[in-house]
Ligand binder design. Sequence first.
Ligand code: UGY
Ligand code: MN
Length: 270
Amino acid sequence: ASSKGHDYGAVFSKERDVGIKFADLPGFTRSVVERDHALITPESRVWSGTPGWQKTSTAHLITPSFPMGAELTMYLADMATGGVFKSDEKEQMHLERFVFVVEGSVSINCADGPLTLKDDDFAFFPPGYKHEIINLDEAKLVVYERQHFYSTETVPAFHSGSTSDKPILPVPGEIFKLRKCLPEQEEYDFNIHVMDFEPGEFLNIKEVHYNQHGLLLLEGQGIYRLGERWYSVQAGDAIWMAPFVPQWFGALGKKRSRYILYKDTYRSPG
Ligand code: UGY
Ligand code: MN
């Protein structure tokens, strides 16, 4: 501040960030909620508790209460010391859950366990399947849930794995690298994709499709087109895409962009 009692230093500053980050600007957020898509950015997350999760902060980024009614829930779970999740398969008989470890590690107790998951590992819990998730080391998870769609007699089985162990799948006409976390079998009514783009790579298809998406940008930055709007996005941003919203991504910046993506599958869109 000058002797005249003001502080005009920002006006002619040669710094492009004048000491205040966009996320800290009063009243400013990049988050947008539209009828057919939403962008939820880190500065507008609100942390709270969720039944079943002890000593864990959760931030719900997508829920069925979205304007057009999402079929999935996507939330972040930040587990503190002593943090544990206990499933309630009686209350939530038809609920299926997919857990991806972003940071830290957890131990899983279930009929197919026990097993340990660390960053980049994941587990799928079928409807009515008893499980416990125990924080081992500052676990930070992204969790997907939905009501199972019973399209076949067979119920999907428990599945777990690690992103880097999954093969890169051919995607004709596209240059991004695609991995799918779950088996491509009819009883799984959704899959979780991990998609990698080097800077400058983009979706070739300007996609419009019946499937819904819940996306979390894990690394990098770029431009996401949703309907008629174009958004600058960066790691930490979450996106919901309703059926038929036009969607396109171009990766920019200096390093790889990676996102994790829910996509419903194997059910008749009619
Ligand atoms: O498979 C997909 O629908 C995927 N490529 N969509 C997307 O990345 N927005
Ligand atoms: Mn898509």
